[in-house]
Design a binder for this molecule. Structure first.
Ligand code: MTE
Ligand code: MO
Length: 199
């Protein structure tokens, strides 16, 4: 990669306006995992969506690869206060994965290999705002960053972007995930600085 000065390749907006309250910018990509990194082979990988009626939709790795992918470039905001601008990903939009799922549910509980969970309103997985991503910066997603595939929901704090994602449970009642049950905010909007319950 050539080194290019900051202002050279026209940014969408000044960096200050891209930084939510209380955040600072980093150039590296920190790894934050609550437990050991699960090693999931793509041969064994599956992704499921289970609706509130119990209907189960399943994708193998080959199924995922056969779907049209998108290449979002997004800013990441971690609740520990680092933000990383212009990260490049490739993956499948949740709009695509949810399009044949018949549901009246309002909430989603995301499950990962290894047992991590996180909750969010189902609406936040729709409208081009969430992806199951399997490539980062032009390479297959590394295990420490959630490979073979992770959820990417960049408009919420990064703990919502479950690494090693394995499925989504659709619920009529909200149910807290791992960090939400430990006192973090149920929604986690970085622009409203919703870090902890009650913020
Ligand atoms: N399965 C799983 N997903 C997870 C986590 C985790 O511990 N386990 N940590 C979350 C938190 S708190 C953050 S900040 C991001 C970190 O992603 P990174 O390690 O790729 O930077 O992953 C989120 N997704
Ligand atoms: Mo985090």
């Amino acid at each position: 990669m050539p080194v290019i000065s900051r202002g050279f390749h026209g940014r969408r907006r000044p960096d200050q306006d891209r930084l939510p309250p209380g955040q600072y910018e980093v150039r590296d990509f920190p790894v934050l995992s609550a437990g050991p990194t699960p090693m999931v082979r793509t041969d064994d990988w599956e992704f499921t969506v289970v609706s509130e009626s119990g209907a189960r939709h399943r994708w193998s790795w080959a199924d995922l690869m056969a779907l049209p992918s998108e290449q979002p470039t997004v800013d990441l905001h971690c609740v520990t206060k680092w933000s990383k601008f212009d990260t490049h990903w490739e993956g499948v939009s949740l709009d695509r994965l949810l399009e044949d799922v018949d549901t009246q549910a309002s909430y989603a509980l995301v499950h990962s290999y290894g047992g991590y969970t996180t909750n969010l309103p189902l609406e936040d997985l729709r409208h081009g705002r969430a992806w199951v991503v399997h490539r980062y910066d032009g390479s297959d997603l590394s295990p420490e960053h959630g490979g073979p595939a992770r959820l990417l929901v960049p408009h919420l704090y990064l703990w919502k972007s479950a690494k090693w994602v394995r499925g989504i449970e659709l619920l009529t009642e909200d149910r807290p995930g791992f960090w939400e049950g430990a006192g973090y905010h149920s929604y986690g909007d970085p622009w409203r600085e919703q870090r902890y319950r009650g913020d």
